[in-house]
Design a protein around this ligand. Structure first.
Ligand code: HEC
Ligand code: HEC
Ligand code: HEC
Ligand code: HEC
Length: 422
């Protein structure tokens, strides 16, 4: 392998041969399905990510944001919607219009493209040659979050959202299922572990993804606090500002009161920790209390009308390492159905607080219960699985019109899920 190839991008066409990753049907004899390209090009929205820029909403955003170019020519958009790398990092020609492709996630193939097709070549050799270690759930989540949460170099802020961009939210296990997967689950190397690990993989993915997402969010709120626009509205609870107003007597917000903030101030969005803290509590109560106390400090500052940036940076900086330690533990510990059940009951037992903390919190609870129940029911063969599934689906239906989100009804439905699981 020529040393200068390392770090060079080849484009998805380099992986598409039928004998490589472009097979139509999975190869039974291989750890690798070999249909990855076909799955991506046909079913995966990432292959159409560039097209999103050329549509009506994308073009209008370009005008609103005064990009001075079309959206599909603007680096501000291309960073997340295509394999946008400088000319000197391209080993072959490929088109931006191919969208988010293999190397956006797996890393530049120059160093391993040739080698990885040879017999006896290992994953570790590929990683040493520049492949991203996506087997590691923390690295994997981090890679997804570069686009699905943002970094200082590629971000979606409230200005872009008000211009038409969807708000970014994420949950590893649910998003992978929607992607959809182009790899074998569990992978063979995981089969060496105790049997429950394979069935409980969804819980491991949910938990590790949540810890990493909280860490990344604490980092994001820090770099935003140091940025030019502050406060940055997309860090806050969207529906604190964007709700449908009606008569005072019918307002659930007024009835419920405004905990930990002055009436009328928009609070920090709690969705990235309020559900996760229940898993943390189940895994390590002492560390969970420490994390909750540290996150509460970030919250107390962010819930002010005009949060002090340096106080936010200090509080988030103290909380992030605790989230990171949880991530490391959650990635490697073992899980069983009893634990999944305990965490589901802890979440549904906190239905009221979670529901009244906002639509985005309800959304995380729905995705958590969905992931956990899939993992749990594979193993535990619950008799009333169809009823539980139907009850979880109602949660998702209640989230469909976020400005009209009804926390009372949502909380009631979460409790119903809890009573069915119990
Ligand atoms: C931080 C990465 C990031 C940046 C920068 C970014 N996007 Fe996106 N964009 C996303 C993600 C992720 C989604 C999918 C969100 C989801 O569905 O959860 C998306 C979705 C969209 C959609 C909706 C697509 C659909 O299928 O409904 C449009 C339109 C869009 N982006 C346009 C733009 C434009 C125009 C720009 C530049 C001004 C831009 N994006 C910059 C990450 C980004
Ligand atoms: C949005 C991110 C993303 C994109 C785009 C993507 N992949 Fe993946 N891919 C993953 C993740 C995550 C895994 C799971 C990692 C694992 O378990 O090894 C994976 C697994 C794989 C595996 C199995 C690896 C193993 O060791 O079991 C292959 C092969 C693969 N991808 C090839 C491709 C090809 C070829 C493309 C482009 C046509 C592609 N991927 C596009 C994220 C992506
Ligand atoms: C290079 C940026 C990038 C990376 C990395 C990335 N995504 Fe995406 N993702 C996007 C964009 C952009 C879209 C929007 C595509 C569209 O709708 O046209 C998207 C869309 C999606 C969707 C569809 C969402 C919807 O509303 O239908 C899922 C699911 C998803 N991504 C999962 C993942 C997962 C899981 C990972 C990590 C393994 C990942 N993505 C990594 C940029 C990225
Ligand atoms: C602190 C209050 C506040 C918060 C929090 C906030 N916004 Fe906004 N948002 C506004 C204001 C003010 C406007 C401009 C409204 C106008 O021009 O009438 C706006 C505009 C918008 C628009 C364009 C309005 C339209 O009708 O299309 C969208 C979409 C939007 N915000 C989404 C979000 C999302 C999603 C979040 C959370 C990630 C969020 N906002 C958080 C105050 C807020």
């Amino acid at each position: 392998m020529p040393a200068e190839a390392m770090g060079q991008y080849s484009g998805p066409g380099s992986c598409s041969a039928t004998s490589c990753h472009g097979s139509i049907r999975p190869r039974g004899d291989s750890r690798i399905l070999q249909t990855e390209y076909s799955t991506w090009v046909v079913k995966d929205k990432h292959s159409r990510a560039y097209l999103a820029l050329t549509g009506e909403v994308g073009e209008r955003m370009a005008r609103i944001l005064k990009l001075n170019t079309k959206a599909e020519e603007s680096p501000k958009c291309l960073v997340c919607h295509s394999l946008s790398v400088p000319a000197e990092k391209r080993a072959r020609t490929f088109e931006l219009s191919e969208g988010v492709s293999c190397e956006n996630c797996h890393g530049p193939a120059g160093g391993w493209l040739g080698g990885h097709t040879t017999r006896g070549w290992t994953h570790e050799q590929s990683v040493a040659a520049g492949m991203v270690d996506l087997r590691d759930l923390t690295h994997r989540t981090d890679k997804c979050l570069t686009c699905h949460l943002g970094t200082p170099d590629q971000f979606v802020d409230h200005e872009m959202i008000a211009g038409g961009h969807p708000d970014l939210y994420f949950e590893l296990d649910s998003f992978q299922a929607a992607m959809p997967l182009h790899w074998k689950v569990p992978r063979e190397s995981e089969a060496g572990k105790p049997a429950e690990d394979a069935a409980m993989l969804g819980m491991r993915q949910w938990g590790t993804g949540q810890a990493e997402q909280l860490r990344a969010e604490l980092e994001r709120v820090s770099w935003r606090a140091k940025g030019k626009v502050w406060p940055e509205y997309s860090e806050l609870d969207c529906f604190a500002c964007h709700h449908a107003l009606g008569p005072a007597a019918q307002s659930w917000r007024q009835e419920h009161g405004y905990s930990a903030r002055r009436a009328g101030d928009p609070p920090w969005q709690a969705s990235r920790y309020i559900v996760f803290l229940h898993l943390a509590e189940a895994v390590d109560p002492a560390a969970a209390q420490d994390l909750a106390a540290k996150v509460a400090k970030v919250q107390a500052e962010m819930n002010k009308l005009n949060p002090d940036p340096s106080a936010v940076v200090a509080a988030a900086g103290a909380a992030a390492p605790v989230a990171q330690q949880f991530g490391a533990k959650l990635q490697t510990m073992s899980y069983d159905p009893a634990m999944a059940k305990r965490v589901m009951l802890a979440i549904t037992g906190d239905a009221e607080k979670i529901s009244y903390s906002g639509e985005r919190c309800g959304e995380q609870a729905a995705m958590a219960l969905d992931s956990l129940y899939i993992a749990y029911s594979k193993e535990a063969k619950a008799g009333d699985a169809a009823d539980v599934r139907a009850a979880i689906n109602v949660l998702f239906q209640q989230l469909e019109n976020p400005s009209y989100y009804e926390p009372g009804a949502f909380s009631h439905q979460m409790e119903k899920v809890g009573s069915l699981i119990r």
